[in-house]
Design a protein around this ligand. Structure first.
Ligand code: SF4
Ligand code: NI
Ligand code: NI
Length: 711
């Protein structure tokens, strides 16, 4: 059979299955029965993107099946056949949605099935920073499970996000591959149709970050081809349905690499039978470049291990976590007096004989990273210090929580058995500081202290005064006290017209880029994503308008956005890309705003979930009334100060409220004299329906109720 014949055979088969399944479902549940995926604001996302149609009930599906069938022309033409591939995707999306009619079909499966909107949003930052350099989609059953496992581990070590479909999931698990979102290896499911959940991720990336209008299919295809760095590897024999699914992937711009002979289409469908070459071949086919830093330690070190948690039963050693003292510090030294790559441990290591027979090794820990270089600035110390958290987490077998003197580190038994010791933490920090900050770090020394007496004394004499001095400097750092703001254009790789303006009091909406970060990045990468905006004379400093800011935004967004009012949610608010930590929206009856964070999955008092609220904005478009922002902004005096500021906040999820309470209370007190403002803010443990929220606000005499009407 020719390639097109194969594609049509597969797509016609899927079309038949889909039609049958839709008819059965309508017969069983009735046309009015609702259908959809959990925790998404985009209905059946592929159909919604391709046609603009919002599928809500089973009765909406026959029309979609009609469109699907019309895409299968059976014409002997590759372009037409690729459309049949898209039809297959639509069919798979419908079949999988129908499986959700009776509850989560993946509840007892090693696959996770549909990927919720908030997870996609959380992947925005690592994708734009290149922390996740690409997306691998693996499917089938491998003839050589060991070689398959090596491939998955290689992708993991390179930081890729890997999705798996089929029996390769068990094959990889059996071979010891660590799996789950936290390890960037995501098992989707065993049925071939479950591959649609990764297609859905790519399409929703275009909806969420790209701001592409539903119904404009060619724009979606261009987006996924240009901006979603995905490719497909198939393992084992290929049938018509796999080929038809593959055609769908090719239509999205994702090359497909099979390990068996296929009718090749250069750049799109290829064979690589040697599994040892699969990784390199695939990365080349998708033009994915990987930056590797060779680190001499006995375990893997990769960004893919960042999310790993170390639970008690897997733990070998623990530092901090309220049991012992644990702090970390980056400080600058005089390069002339430094010896590069000097790593010193002062005190016992985790294999010290005194721990023989102990359940768990507990030690105090102090880490001093001294960096030196001509371009190093004092202000960058905190930027580098915060990276200790990430670098340590990259270690397969290490968990790092917190920062400064509330750091908390756990190491696994597995890592210990592989030979991991404390000096290796030093090796990792050394290598990453040198490679990630090569422009400012010429020399780096690491000293690790584990004697209780040293850790305590240095904690008091060396570390605390430095923290205090920094806090003071940070406190004095306001939007008024600097003459330069920064643009951040990192997210433009996903949201082409989005620009963040980062100021001392308004960090990037992803929560990951502070003004100091932006300043340091400018130094590290002068032509890079953070460019200075000399702010000059304000048009209105109260609401946050500067001519220089408007100019910078207009130019960086290619004219898509002309004006931005930095401290307003209503008047020319800053745009969002989609990866924001929190979404703020107006609750008119309360004369204030609610804020929902990405982790909160229930419905908010305005009747929408985070995902639904988030879908109201994004893609670099200005949407008055909705604002994406970082957690840290809740506590900034510039938080929508044009509309009255922090005292407008009437509701937040409890976890978020507790997290920000201290800074929020302090800022509101300084601005209004109101004490313990956080206690006046409602949360889901108090009320979520509008009336009850209002009652609560009245009982607390919440200040928003007495302010000017917000709209
Ligand atoms: Fe994206 Fe803005 Fe964060 Fe930069 S600061 S990474 S543009 S969200
Ligand atoms: Ni880790
Ligand atoms: Ni973003």
């Amino acid at each position: 059979m020719s390639l097109t014949d194969l594609i049509y055979a597969g797509s016609n088969a899927v079309a038949g299955l889909t039609e049958g399944a839709v008819n059965d479902a309508i017969e069983k549940y009735g046309a009015d029965h609702s259908v959809g995926y959990p925790d998404t604001a985009y209905f059946l996302p592929i159909i919604y993107a391709a046609t603009g149609v919002k599928i809500k009930t089973l009765g909406d599906l026959p029309a979609a099946v009609g469109i699907l069938k019309s895409l299968i022309t059976n014409k002997e033409d590759l372009g037409e056949a690729l459309n049949a591939g898209l039809a297959t995707a639509v069919g798979a999306e419908i079949i999988e949605a129908l499986r959700y009619l009776e509850g989560d079909p993946y509840a007892n499966d090693s696959g996770i099935g549909f990927v919720a909107d908030p997870i996609i949003r959380s992947l925005g930052v690592p994708l734009v920073t290149g922390d996740i350099p690409g997306i691998a989609v693996l499917l089938g059953e491998a003839s050589d499970p060991a070689a398959l496992a090596a491939i998955v581990k290689d992708y993991q070590q390179k930081g890729l996000l890997t999705f798996m479909v089929g029996n390769i999931i068990e094959q990889a698990l059996d071979a010891g591959v660590k799996m789950g979102l936290d390890y960037r290896v995501i098992p989707l499911g065993h049925e071939i149709t479950s591959v649609i959940h990764v297609v859905s991720v790519a399409i929703r990336a275009a909806l969420i970050f790209g701001g592409i209008e539903p119904g404009k299919l060619p724009e979606f295809l261009a987006y996924t081809k240009e901006r979603v760095p995905a490719f497909v590897n198939t393992f084992g024999e290929i049938n018509e349905v796999i080929v038809a699914v593959g055609a769908g992937a090719i239509a999205l711009g994702f090359p497909v690499i099979a390990d068996v002979a296929v009718p090749e289409v250069p750049g799109a469908l290829m064979t690589q039978a040697d599994l040892e070459k699969t990784v390199e071949f695939s990365l080349e086919a998708r033009e994915i470049k990987i930056k590797v830093t060779k680190i001499d330690v006995p375990v893997a070190v990769a960004s893919a291990f960042e999310g790993e948690r170390v639970r008690k039963d897997a733990m070998f050693a623990e530092f901090g976590g309220n049991k012992t003292e644990c702090w970390e510090l980056v400080t600058s030294g005089d390069p002339a007096e430094m010896e590069d790559h000097k790593i010193t441990l002062i005190g016992p290591d985790i294999d010290d004989p005194m721990f023989a027979g102990k359940d768990v090794v507990r030690l105090p820990l102090g880490i001093v990273v001294t960096v030196g270089g001509k371009a190093m600035q004092k202000d960058f110390e905190t930027v580098l210090e915060r990276r200790i958290h990430y670098f340590t987490n990259y270690i397969d077998g290490a968990m790092h929580v917190g920062q400064r003197n509330i750091a908390w580190i756990r190491l696994t038994k597995e890592a210990f058995e592989k030979g991991f010791r404390l000096k290796h933490i030093g090796e990792v920090l050394y290598a990453k500081m040198r490679s990630d900050f090569e422009k400012v770090v010429d020399k780096c020394e690491i000293t690790i202290y584990t004697n209780a007496e040293d850790v305590k004394r240095l904690g008091e004499e060396l570390v605390k005064p430095i923290y205090a001095e920094r806090d003071e400097r940070m406190g004095a750092l306001t939007d008024e006290s600097v003459d330069t703001f920064y643009t951040c254009l990192l997210c433009q790789s996903f949201a082409p017209s989005h620009v963040c303006i980062v100021t001392p009091e308004r960090l990037g909406l992803c929560g990951a880029v502070s003004w100091l970060d932006a300043k340091a990045t400018k130094e590290l990468d002068p032509e890079g994503p953070n460019q200075p905006v000399i702010k000059g004379q304000a048009i209105d400093a109260q609401t946050g308008r500067w001519e220089a800011v408007d100019k910078a935004v207009a130019s960086a967004s290619q004219g898509a956005v002309e004006k931005v009012t930095l401290y307003s949610i209503l008047e020319d608010p800053m745009t969002s890309c989609g990866c924001f930590e929190c979404i703020c929206g107006i609750m008119p009856e309360a004369n204030g705003v609610i804020i929902v964070n990405r982790e909160f999955s229930d419905i908010s008092p305005v009747g929408m979930t985070f995902g639904e609220l988030a879908s109201m904005t994004g893609g670099g478009v200005q949407t008055p009334g909705f604002m994406g922002h970082g957690r840290f902004l809740i506590g900034s005096k510039k938080f929508m100060s044009a509309e009255g500021g922090l005292s407008r906040i009437v509701w937040m999820p409890k976890e978020l409220k507790d997290d920000v309470a201290e800074r929020l209370n302090k800022a509101v007190f300084e601005m209004t004299g109101i004490e313990n403002f956080a206690d006046m803010v409602c949360d889901e443990t108090i009320a979520t329906d509008s009336e009850a929220v209002l009652e609560f606000l009245e009982s607390k005499n919440h200040p928003a109720l007495a302010m000017d009407p917000i709209m």
